[in-house]
Design a protein around this ligand. Structure first.
Ligand SMILES: Nc1ncnc2c1ncn2[C@@H]1O[C@H](COP(=O)(O)OP(=O)(O)OP(=O)(O)O)[C@@H](O)[C@H]1O
Length: 389
């Protein structure tokens, strides 16, 4: 049996049974929408979901629908802004998902909109319209659909609830003030996932999709470390999609090589496929002893085949390499400075060990997640040799 036991778990449209760390957002959405979904028509609910890519906006709104669809009178209509950008394709797609016969062209925008509302009234349909990745729409088109929800039919019913999904406030700021006013302040924010949060998400996904025993907590942690944000304010990371992708690719690589377990090197390879690896220029710019220290980390990781090494282990190996090269080792505190710099440059990751990880006391654990060790070692050795020649 292979490592990946359920492919669908890794597909983009999959909605997992649980959404760790999105309980609050889900509840907010529920409060804003579920009454209307059950008993629509009296008002126009609208909400904006904002957050960086991969922070769970789409999956959270899909989850809300999954939870409420049985009791809902309204329908769910999902429009992806990457796929449908101009007015006629959007309105055509709405009609298609409601099974409404609709002319493709020949009407003005206002006529199309009036026709849609009329069809909704005739068939007594209500819809929760989700405009995902709405930054792909021009402000003009977005405004049109925001305003559409304000229209009532002949009987005075509001037929539409609207969820606009985007990456940042820019999407609202680009609207004219009165349309922005319609969306109001009902914004739900999705902050970048921290390392611990990504860990939880990945662990659940691994349990659902991978064979038992094919992954270790350390492997999951390793991926969480390279993809998770340092804090909720760190917007350069925190993308759950990327993390899941790396896990999937690593599983695939391990499976392809006929193994039953994912190894750290699989993670390095797969993350290199999706992240930018370490550039040679950055390596070249490091001081000689920072290079040697990095080489020590690489060699320790290689020889132990573990995802992490301790600072102490790396320091030992560093001293040995210095001896080889007949270099005087730099002092302990200098190595700490190097470590900080290597981390800053995204070449290594560090974290404090947790209890029971087989290391006594609190130690700093060092890992390299984005570059296969072989290549890194070869490049470093070449650079160090050149410098010492
Ligand atoms: N809290 C979570 N629990 C489990 N899986 C999650 C969670 N958040 C995100 N994911 C998963 O991460 C991936 C990306 O999530 P999603 O598509 O919802 O992100 P998004 O914020 O809509 O991103 P984008 O702005 O790029 O569209 C999906 O596979 C989703 O299932």
């Amino acid at each position: 049996m292979g490592i990946i036991i359920n492919e669908t778990v890794f597909s983009p449209s999959y909605v997992p049974p649980k959404l760790p760390h999105r309980e609050q957002q889900l509840q907010q959405l529920d409060e804003m929408l579920s009454n209307w979904l059950r008993n629509p028509g009296n008002y126009y609910p609208r909400v904006t979901l904002l957050g960086r890519p991969g922070t769970g906006k789409t999956v959270t709104i899909r989850k809300l629908w999954e939870l409420r669809q049985n009791e809902a009178v309204a329908r769910f209509v999902y429009i992806n802004g990457f796929l449908y950008r101009n007015f006629t394709t959007i309105i055509g797609e709405i009609a298609k998902s409601l099974n409404i016969p609709f002319p493709r062209r020949g009407l003005s925008r206002d006529e199309f909109l009036a026709l849609l509302i009329e069809h909704l009234r005739e068939r007594d349909l209500y819809l929760l319209l989700v405009l995902d990745d709405a930054f792909n729409f021009t402000p003009d088109i977005l405004s049109t659909f925001i305003r559409l929800g304000q229209e009532t039919d002949k009987l005075g019913a509001f037929r539409i609830a609207l969820a606009v999904v985007g990456h940042s406030d820019t999407i609202l700021n680009s609207l004219d003030p009165s349309t922005r006013g319609i969306m109001g302040k009902s914004i739900i924010r999705f902050t970048p996932y921290t390392k611990d949060q990504i860990f939880d998400i990945l662990y659940e996904r691994a349990q659902l999709g991978l064979a038992k025993g094919s992954y270790s907590e350390e492997i999951i942690q390793m991926i969480a470390d390279i993809t998770g944000a340092q804090s909720h304010l760190d917007t350069s990371r925190g993308d759950a999609r990327l993390a899941i992708d790396i896990l999937y690719r690593a599983a695939h690589i391990a499976q392809q090589s006929g193994r039953r377990q994912i190894m750290p090197e699989d993670v390095r390879k797969s993350s290199k496929e999706v992240l930018f690896g370490v550039s040679e220029e950055v390596l070249q710019g490091l001081p000689l002893h920072e290079k040697i220290f990095l080489l020590a980390i690489v060699r320790t990781l290689k020889s132990t085949r573990a995802p992490y090494v301790t600072f102490g282990e790396a320091e030992e190996v560093y001293k040995m390499i210095c001896e080889e090269y007949r270099e005087r080792p730099r002092v302990h505190s200098q190595l700490w400075t190097y470590l900080g710099d290597l981390k800053e440059k995204g070449i290594i990751e560090t974290r404090q060990n947790k209890k029971g990880e087989g290391v006594r006391g609190r130690t700093t654990l060092i890992s390299i997640g984005t570059e296969p060790l072989e290549t890194l070692e070869a490049v470093l050795v070449r650079m160090i040799n050149e410098e010492l020649r």
